[in-house]
Design a binder for this molecule. Structure first.
Ligand code: SAM
Length: 188
């Protein structure tokens, strides 16, 4: 479903969720009876539309106004306006008109994942989960990349350590999509 959007993303070099990552997300959504999703990183609305087609209500942040326009158009064309709310906002700055969510999907600027995690965990229902994508970063190796990418790889590594050491969350890492994590609150 939504193959035209996948092609559009490919033609315009817009990164979207991988097919196997999407399947993984779908399984999580079904098995945990997820209804309400908060997504950080809409792009053209592909993953939001997919999650809406699985029956979820999705609030999704996008900071790029051009992408917001494209995403809203796509959502309208597919008739999912009642299920998806695109929020034009830089998610690094707290935004208070939110609900509580079964699933928070972080798929935005990789260097900021820890900040997103820290800001939005307050909006997670008690049994909810936080899923992050792109933690493998195309399996790039430090020795093969430029300085900027090296710094980004370092940040991703530190974010993974932050998750591993988190007192309140337990995290599972999966070599699916571009490297995904699923964090759930620890039972105390
Ligand atoms: N989730 C989308 C999908 O799979 O169809 C792909 C999202 S794309 C990988 C990441 C998007 O996050 C980009 O469109 C980018 O503009 C947006 N983004 C990055 N940092 C952001 C921020 N601080 N606040 C809101 N959006 C952000």
């Amino acid at each position: 479903m939504f193959n035209e959007l996948k092609q559009y993303a490919k033609d315009h070099h817009i990164p979207i969720i991988y097919d196997d990552g999407l399947l993984f997300l779908k399984q999580l959504i079904t098995s945990h009876n997820v209804k309400d999703v908060l997504e950080i990183g809409t792009a053209i609305g592909y993953s939001a539309l997919q999650m809406a087609s699985f029956g979820c209500h999705v609030d999704t942040f996008e900071r790029d106004p051009n992408l917001v326009e494209i995403a809203k158009e796509n959502i309208k064309n597919y008739g999912y306006e009642n299920q998806i709310k695109v929020i034009e906002h830089d998610a690094l700055h707290p935004y208070h008109d939110l609900g509580m969510y079964d699933l928070i999907f972080i798929d935005a600027a990789k260097a900021q994942y820890q900040k997103f995690f820290e800001i939005y965990q307050a909006y997670l229902k008690p049994n909810g989960m936080i899923v992050c994508d792109n933690l493998s970063f195309h399996h790039l190796k430090k020795e093969d990349v430029n300085r900027h990418t090296k710094q980004l790889l370092g940040k991703i590594e530190r974010f993974k350590q932050f998750l591993v050491q988190h007192e309140d969350f337990i995290t599972e890492f999966d070599d699916i999509g571009d490297g995904m994590s699923v964090s759930k609150r620890r039972n105390r």
